[in-house]
Design a protein around this ligand. Structure first.
Ligand SMILES: Cc1ncc(C[n+]2csc(CCO)c2C)c(N)n1
Length: 218
């Protein structure tokens, strides 16, 4: 039987593939993302991470067992340390001023994503939290996981890839998918349907998020 996670991805195949094979992904592996595109992307993504950490808090609160809370707590600790320094170093290199780091004007896809994460957190359903967290993690592993690719020279490009394809991250995504399968199997029809809706919207948001950084670009 196909697990819940695989079933959800299959339902969002078109948007999923459009995001995972996006122009941005192709360019970052070639080290060819233009600085203004990378700047726009990271400035918006930094705002994304903030709500993402809040959603992990909701997953910790709604999880059905201690083991799962611990795993999410450890993950939250990791992304608020290692990844945080990546953003700051990348902002320095790209010359992003303080106000753009702290309070940039949010683009429509960033706001849509923030609203979706807040909605999933508020709904108080573990499988719903997992659906949105699952998209953000699994889709990033999917695009970044190219074992034969050589890394670009610029750390801004190279580290954004290695943050999303290292063994620890892969193990976490595997666990997260297992958790989504498990919680999906245990949930009632209404909770499964709600989680499926959140998953679908999250995949569409991921695609829009990539698209948008090119909207004003030449
Ligand atoms: C729009 C957007 N979607 C997903 C991710 C991926 N992501 C967000 S937080 C996190 C945890 C560790 O890096 C990961 C993988 C992103 N950065 N931006």
């Amino acid at each position: 039987m196909t697990g819940f996670s695989e079933q959800l991805r299959a339902d969002s195949r078109a948007d999923w593939d459009a995001a995972a094979r996006h122009r941005f992904v192709d360019e970052i592996f070639r080290g060819a993302v233009a600085d203004d595109v990378m700047r726009r992307y990271l400035v918006q993504d930094y705002q994304f991470i903030d709500r993402f950490v809040a959603l992990i808090g909701a997953a910790i609160a709604t999880a059905d067992r201690f083991e799962s809370r611990v795993r999410f707590a450890q993950f939250a600790a990791m992304i608020t340390s290692d990844e945080n320094t990546y953003f700051l170093r990348a902002f320095d290199k790209l010359g992003v001023p303080p106000e753009q780091r702290l309070a940039p004007r949010l683009t429509a896809p960033t706001r849509a994503f923030q609203d979706l994460m807040a909605e999933a957190a508020r709904a108080g359903s573990y499988v719903g939290c997992l659906a949105v967290l699952g998209v953000a993690e699994w889709l990033y592993l999917d695009w970044a996981d190219r074992p034969d690719a050589t890394l670009p020279d610029d750390f801004v490009h190279a580290e954004w890839i290695t943050l999303h394809n290292n063994d620890g991250f892969r193990a976490f995504v595997t666990w997260l998918r297992g958790e989504l399968d498990r919680a999906g199997a245990a949930a009632d029809e209404q909770s499964r349907a709600r989680a499926a809706g959140l998953f679908r919207r999250a995949v569409a948001c991921e695609r829009d998020f990539f698209d948008h950084v090119y909207d004003d670009a030449a």
